[in-house]
Write a protein that binds this ligand. Structure first.
Ligand SMILES: [Zn+2]
Length: 96
């Protein structure tokens, strides 16, 4: 019964096209260049910044918690980090 081989063959072709399709999609997702992350004290609204307290990366918005310290604006990932920073700013910014 030779006609029985046809569905099996098309299934195999399907698998092949999937296998070539998936890596292309993954490449597309990974392709956009990562925006530069600003070190503490230099980030502006829209930048990716590093929280000087927790060290985690976050996006600075107009509502982002921040503090002025020695002429620089430090942005924080949350209010808790701001509180910790205000207790000992030098511990997080280093001697300037
Ligand atoms: Zn935080």
């Amino acid at each position: 019964m030779p006609f029985l081989r046809a569905p099996r063959l098309s299934l195999f072709c399907c698998f092949l096209s999937l296998a070539t399709c998936v890596p292309a999609a993954v490449t597309l997702v990974a392709a956009p260049s990562a925006p530069a992350v600003r070190p503490p004290g230099t980030a502006k609204v829209g930048d990716l910044a590093i929280c000087p307290v927790q060290g985690q990366t976050f996006r600075v918005s107009a509502e982002t918690t921040h503090a002025e310290w020695k002429g620089k604006t430090y942005s924080f990932c949350c209010d808790g980090c701001l509180e910790d920073f205000l207790k000992a700013p030098d511990a997080y910014t280093g001697p300037l």
